[in-house]
Design a binder for this molecule. Structure first.
Ligand SMILES: Cc1ncc(COP(=O)(O)O)c(C=O)c1O
Length: 437
């Protein structure tokens, strides 16, 4: 006889307001800790987050028992089970399902293919307390870009030396704050940053961010960050020396959502030049930070090839280095599934137009960026029959720009008000798009 899993619906304060029991038909089911909580009302339609957390509550250290193969993943309750339960028991509100078990799966996959590179999770991609706490329990490290992210990470019991403050442009008071909290590693790519650090946090260890080829990524970052290798990087290293600052390594970011290995391999090559100059200047260069950019789970094959090529490229590195990375999307994208119900339907010729209760200004915001992603809806429950019609999906606000960026020529079965659709791989740059101070 299998035991039921218990799902708790919680307020932001995590006060339980009701429980849902899901009776699994799978054997050996274990009790899981799951929380459904409401997001702050910053979005148009505050969705719910449901955490499917396989780890013990707030583990300061990973509990080896919890990580044995039979217990480490929640295989007994799928995201679809959760959607089924919530949509059956609830009203028509939109919600998101966060499967925290994916943290462990992604970490294992990373270690399998790129064991020589230590991931520092880029918190900005999905700055969520439960996700970060799970990572802390797995002894992961973090890339923070703001004091809020530093606070979030430290609050889960992580130590300051598990953090790189990987923002080359920091508000002065934020440098002071992070330094006071014990964060001792940060990036820079300009002289003004060096001046601030000299004045406010002279003991900080510095990583020089260089400009790689970002043309193979969906969201290039090179126009904003990175020093050009050559004269610019040399002048920065000279200036840091004049200020008696401690440069310990090099970083780069090939741009977000990159499925090509070449920019990484080329940038590793470029880093060698900076390392050589730094060592000549007397710096103890020991860290190579290959940044983020790695794709979500839908591009695992590409990731495997990227990892293979990066690992090869690192083998020729001329000096011993600790290689780290700052993956955001790689971890966060597969964590979340967004679920919406249809509020309104209309026909425009053959086309069915559906209004849903998640917004292009909310979880689908990344679709508003040029060159960026499309969102492919699935119908829940799986529809009977095979007839489909051209479809368009509008978000709930009054703005005509609030249209979900679906693939061109989207076809959907005939749907009605109250039907549910869901979108997978929604964790990255959705709930918390961008940066918060
Ligand atoms: C400095 C830095 N590191 C890491 C990341 C995470 O990138 P990704 O989510 O593409 O892995 C970003 C994203 O903007 C970034 O700016």
């Amino acid at each position: 006889m299998s035991k039921p899993s218990q799902f708790s619906i919680c307020h932001p304060t995590e006060k339980v307001v009701s429980d849902i029991n899901i009776i699994s038909n799978r054997p050996n089911q274990e009790m899981t800790r799951c929380i459904l909580k409401q997001l702050p009302t910053s979005g148009v339609s505050p969705p719910h987050l449901l955490y499917n957390n396989p780890l013990p509550t707030q583990p300061a250290k990973a509990d080896p028992e919890a990580l044995t193969p039979s217990r480490r993943y929640i295989q007994d309750v799928s995201v679809l089970d959760v959607i089924n339960s919530v949509t059956k028991n609830n009203n028509d509100d939109a919600f998101d399902v966060v499967d925290v078990g994916n943290v462990q799966r992604r970490l294992d996959f990373w270690k399998e293919h790129m064991p020589s590179v230590k991931p520092y999770y880029a918190v900005k991609s999905f700055p969520d307390a439960t996700v970060v706490a799970t990572m802390t329990s797995l002894e992961m490290s973090f890339d923070c870009a703001s004091p809020l992210e530093v606070d979030l990470v430290l609050a889960t019991g992580a130590k300051p030396d598990q953090i790189i403050y990987a923002n080359p442009s920091k508000q002065p008071s934020h440098i002071t704050l992070a330094y006071a909290q014990g964060v001792n590693l940060t990036t820079f790519d300009n002289k003004s940053e060096l001046d601030k650090i000299h004045q406010l946090a002279p003991g900080m260890e510095l990583v020089l961010r260089i400009k790689p080829d970002d043309s193979k990524s969906k969201i290039p970052l090179g126009s904003k960050f990175g020093a050009v290798v050559g004269q610019e990087t040399q002048e920065l290293l000279d200036y840091a020396k004049e200020l008696n600052l401690n440069v310990v390594g090099v970083s780069f970011h090939v741009g977000s959502n990159c499925v090509a290995y070449e920019p990484y391999v080329d940038a590793i090559e470029l880093s060698k030049e900076v390392f050589a100059y730094g060592i000549e200047k007397g710096y103890a260069m020991a860290i190579l930070d290959i940044g983020g950019g790695f794709p979500g789970a839908e591009n695992d094959n590409e990731f495997i090839e990227m990892a293979r090529q990066i690992t090869n490229a690192l083998q020729n590195f001329p000096v011993p280095v600790q290689v780290i990375a700052e993956p955001g999307r790689y971890f966060s994208a597969p964590l979340m599934t967004s679920v919406a119900s249809i509020s309104t339907k209309r026909k425009v010729g053959e086309q069915r137009e559906y209004f849903i209760n998640q917004s292009a200004f909310g979880v689908f915001a990344e679709g508003l960026l040029p060159q960026d992603r499309t969102y492919d809806p699935k119908v829940f429950p799986r529809p009977q029959g095979s007839a489909t019609y051209p479809a368009k999906i509008w978000g709930p606000t009054c703005a005509s720009q609030d249209v979900i960026n679906t693939p061109a020529n989207l076809q959907l079965p005939e749907l009605e008000v109250g039907n549910w659709i869901y979108f997978e791989n929604m964790g990255a740059y959705s709930v918390a798009f961008g940066f918060s101070l």
